[in-house]
Design a protein around this ligand. Structure first.
Ligand code: ASP
Length: 310
């Protein structure tokens, strides 16, 4: 068997039905590309990276091309990747002009002594390594941003900075802005686990805001027992260190399905913000759970392919 398990998600949120239908084949393609990449070079890190790249390159998701815009109408993306067998990890935060932040996160893991690079420093590092300048802003995102700014003006709210305590309210009012981060977790036939995630963050975030995605332990985590990758409002995910919580539960003997449910229930109870997570164990059993109603996922698990709405 080439790879035991690989699962990807397209973001937890309240998806419009049409967009959800368009997302599913892209998620399946991401799983297939991950498996192909593994077959090409037997490397589970490449499997995760390539699966995430398919999702970053699709404007349907809030990662890479088509990332959501911050309060000033700019893109600032975060991404991370982690190996379970030796706990090596790499992350980038608040990068703007990069096509595939997940590939840059991998370079941080494999070619530096650090775990995370941010902003201009991360971009300078990218250029030195040959990453081309790339504008990930799509006309669709720009249009939504302009419409929202117009609405703010018309309603007389010209104070641009959104206070974070109002994020929950804002999400209920404009749910379509808040979905779409992508993630992947994979395990090969030797039991090597890799977790990865990539995002444009949350709409109207303050400039410089960094969410859970590049925070190792919160947005992603991987051990010899399990791997997890989260999505949702990063402030909630970070406050409960969601991904590590799930991996630790599996290490204590809890099943992967139960571990994701317990993790999301704990987050919901303690911080009450939207969140979802995908995970798998060393045997290739996959699991996913969210408190948002929808989180499209596709997976391969011990010979079977699947796609679900979450
Ligand atoms: N977790 C991401 C963040 O807070 C957003 C998302 O998952 O949609 O940056």
């Amino acid at each position: 068997m080439p790879i035991r398990g690989l699962i990807v998600h397209g973001g937890a949120g309240r998806w419009e039905a049409r967009r959800l239908e368009r997302a599913k084949p892209v998620l399946i393609r991401a799983v297939e590309r991950g498996i192909e990449a593994f077959n090409e070079n037997g490397d589970v890190v490449s499997a995760c990276e390539e699966a995430v790249k398919v999702l970053e390159d699709s404007a349907l998701f809030n990662a890479g091309t088509g990332s959501t815009l911050n309060i000033f109408g700019e893109v600032e993306m975060d991404a991370s990747i982690m190996r379970g067998w030796d706990l090596e990890a790499g992350a980038v935060a608040a990068v703007r002009r990069i096509k595939n932040p997940i590939s840059l996160a991998r370079k941080v893991m494999e070619e530096t002594d650090h775990v995370m690079l941010v902003g201009e420093g991360a971009e300078r590092f990218a250029r030195a390594l040959g990453f081309q300048e790339y504008d990930p802003i799509t006309p669709e995102r720009l249009e939504k941003y302009r419409k929202y700014m117009q609405k703010l003006k018309e309603e007389g709210i010209d104070a641009l900075p959104v206070r974070w305590k109002r994020l929950g309210e804002l999400m209920k009012k404009y749910p379509h802005y808040f979905h779409g981060t992508v993630g992947c977790v994979a395990v090969d036939d030797a039991g090597k686990i890799v977790s990865a995630s990539s995002t444009g963050g949350v709409f109207l975030k303050l400039e410089g805001r960094v969410g859970d995605t590049p925070q190792i332990g919160s947005g992603i985590y991987a051990t010899e027992f399990a791997g997890a990758s989260a999505t949702g409002i990063g402030e909630g995910i970070a406050r409960v260190v969601l991904s590590k919580r799930i991996c630790d539960a599996v290490e204590r003997g809890i099943s992967i399905g139960e571990a994701v449910r317990m993790g999301i229930d704990y987050l919901t109870e303690r911080v009450g913000l939207d969140a979802g997570v995908i995970a798998l164990d060393v045997e290739g059993n996959v699991a996913h759970h969210s408190n948002t109603g929808t989180m499209p996922v596709a997976y391969y698990s011990n010979g079977k392919m699947g796609v679900e709405q979450g």
